[in-house]
Write a protein that binds this ligand. Structure first.
Ligand code: COA
Length: 223
């Protein structure tokens, strides 16, 4: 991993990533890259914003690593597409793990992950690539969180769970132990998940029940 980092994105998540990497990592942020059609400013946080299409010219993959700083728009599809694009261009993808997170030494965390303060990641947990854990979650022992998923804040995911790929987990959601959440699920704020879920469904309430598919529109995904 090189010491120079380029952040993909220019929104609030990108600016937060700049702040966290700058003050709590050994990587130095040197610029931002955004798809040409979405460029709004040419400087951000005092650094250049360049078109993503010119990434290799401005910040060579031999000398720079990258971090894709995009939220859960379109149920993580936008972040996933840009992550795969940057990876295909030969960049090493950095992860940010807050110095204020508790991550046990047997836990594995993939690339392009964003693990914020006060997360507890216990023994044997596996967090796959491109997963965001916003602040204050409990990830119980031996649980797996699959690629491209976004966990908001203060979720309690008990031991031996499996959270599928590209899911969104809302604030204060709770999962009984050994629960399997299928891919592309949205778990609403405060949901208590006591049974395994079906893919591409939205779950709310205690005990959590599936809402009609149309709720996917909230995330800009066609239901
Ligand atoms: C689950 C969620 C995505 C559904 O959003 P939506 O598709 O816009 O759904 P609606 O607001 O149309 O609600 C549909 C129904 O589900 C209910 N509902 C929605 N969210 C709920 C929740 N979290 N818990 C219980 N019921 C909920 C609504 O009251 C409504 O019920 P009704 O049909 O009886 O009136 C959203 O409510 C939610 O929980 N988002 C997560 C918020 C969050 O964690 N934000 C952190 C961002 S980092």
């Amino acid at each position: 991993m090189t010491q120079k980092l380029v952040i993909i994105g220019d929104g609030e998540t990108a600016q937060l990533a700049h702040e966290y990497f700058t003050h709590d990592s050994n990587l130095a942020v040197v610029g931002f890259a955004v798809e040409q059609q979405f460029i709004r400013v040419d400087r951000l946080c005092g650094l250049p914003v360049i078109p993503l299409e010119r990434l290799e010219t401005s910040f060579s993959p031999n000398e720079h690593s990258a971090f894709v700083a995009i939220s859960y728009t379109q149920l993580n599809r936008v972040r996933t597409r840009l992550y795969e694009y940057v990876k295909s261009r030969g960049y090493a993808l950095a992860s940010y793990i807050s110095s204020k997170a508790f991550v046990w030494h047997t836990a594995c965390i993939g690339e392009n992950c964003f693990i914020l303060e006060n997360n507890v990641v216990q023994h044997g947990v596996r967090i796959e690539n491109n997963v965001y854990l916003w602040s204050g979650n409990h990830i119980g022992h031996q649980t797996v969180i699959r690629r491209n998923t976004y966990v908001a804040s203060h979720a309690v995911i008990s031991g031996f769970c499996e959270i599928g790929a590209s899911c969104f987990v809302g604030v204060n959601a709770a999962f009984n132990d050994r629960i399997i959440v299928a891919d592309d699920c949205i778990i609403g704020s405060g949901a208590v998940v006591v049974k395994n879920t079906e893919p591409q469904k939205v779950y709310v309430g205690n005990p959590a029940r599936a809402l009609p598919q149309s709720s996917f529109k909230t995330f800009g995904v066609k239901g």
